[in-house]
Design a protein around this ligand. Structure first.
Ligand code: X2X
Length: 340
């Protein structure tokens, strides 16, 4: 027997005597969870909740800690998935947008105007499309566990209200790192620049860019309205779900009981995260919109026909990316949404 095996056997014996699951002796001191934004953003809260629930339910045997700001990948959120796959980070609660450079199918959620409402997001994540995407993530070397939500992404700028595609003409827009966003904003006549979240607010502050797109919660909590972004259009053109996932080796090192605990905690934290992400934005409660209006933001809510003009202007991008993502998957998504 090797020294390591002997010491593991001894630890297992000791663990059995004091009533701990044997494999716990082999666990890391700390598991690092990567996110882009921290609490009190709904995204950061969801990740914190995951760590907290796992800590409670394993009596501290599994310690997870949230590292926000994509700091484990030097701020480059588009490298998060690769880092997780390689084990540089153990776990992540990541946006489908940030992982889509590596997992092209995740661009699905960034197809312009695919999802008209929250029921449509749920129809995808909670249906056969979500199952298929989780299979694809496993094929890509990580273990996905549950969904949460960043939210419907709305467009803001410092120049003027956006009501028609024409209003976007010539605006310099900060977009996230999937080429699909470049194509969408180019089709609308804007001038998109890809930039990490870390660089976005400085670029808005100096006027290097005129506008950006992010969920209302991010807009409000990051105080984007303070850096000249007084025009906000609620166009719900895309939404980015968040996925809880674990590096495959880390996942395999957990006992089946602990896998169950970590998975269930992700599901529970995801449900909390989704509830917070939608607060003030659903049903009769539009308090989140009222709050940004009270901060002096000019909020444009599009009529159906105004929205349709944006749908029409981006249809070519949709069709082009439908092929890139996989027409079968997009067909399945369209069907799930139609039947929601
Ligand atoms: O960078 C963004 O815009 C953010 C915070 O929404 C994501 O990470 C996708």
């Amino acid at each position: 027997m090797s020294k390591r095996l002997i010491s593991m056997a001894l630890l297992a014996g000791l663990a059995a005597v004091i009533g701990l699951p044997a494999a716990a002796a082999d666990y890391k001191e700390e598991y690092k969870i990567s996110t882009v934004v921290p609490a009190p953003f709904p995204w950061g809260i969801a990740a914190e909740k995951w760590a907290e629930l796992v800590g409670e339910r394993t009596d501290g045997r599994i310690k997870m800690k949230v590292y926000p700001g994509a700091q484990l990948v030097s701020g480059d959120q588009t490298k998060e998935f690769t880092a997780m796959r390689r084990g540089i980070i153990d776990m992540a609660v990541g946006s489908t947008i940030n992982w889509s450079p590596q997992v092209k199918e995740l661009n699905l959620f960034s197809l312009p105007f695919l999802m008209p409402d929250y029921a449509a997001i749920d129809a995808l994540t909670q249906g056969p499309v979500g199952e298929r995407l989780f299979e694809i993530l496993i094929e890509n070397g990580v273990q996905p566990l549950a969904w949460a939500e960043n939210g419907f992404r709305e467009v803001s700028n410092s120049k003027h209200p956006i009501r028609t595609p024409d209003d976007l003409k010539g605006l310099k827009m900060r977009v996230v790192g999937s080429p699909l966003f470049n194509d969408t904003f180019t089709a609308l006549g804007a001038n998109p620049t890809q930039m990490s979240w870390a660089d976005a607010k400085p670029a808005l502050t100096t006027g290097a860019v005129d506008g950006q797109e992010n969920p209302l919660s991010v807009f409000a909590i990051a105080k984007i309205y303070e850096v000249g972004q007084k025009n906000l259009t609620l166009w719900h053109y895309v939404a980015d779900p968040l996925i809880f996932a674990v590096n495959q080796e880390v996942w395999d090192s957990f006992t089946p009981e602990d896998q169950k605990i970590v998975g269930q905690a992700a599901t529970d934290a995801g449900a909390t995260g989704i509830e917070i992400a939608r607060k003030g934005l659903t049903g009769a409660d539009n308090s989140a919109i009222q709050e940004v209006k009270a901060l002096g933001v000019d909020v444009v809510e599009l009529t159906d026909s105004e929205r349709q003009a944006f749908v029409d202007a981006t249809r070519g991008v949709y069709n082009d990316w439908k092929q890139k993502i996989g027409a079968d998957l997009v067909d399945m998504a369209e069907k799930s949404i139609a039947n929601r």
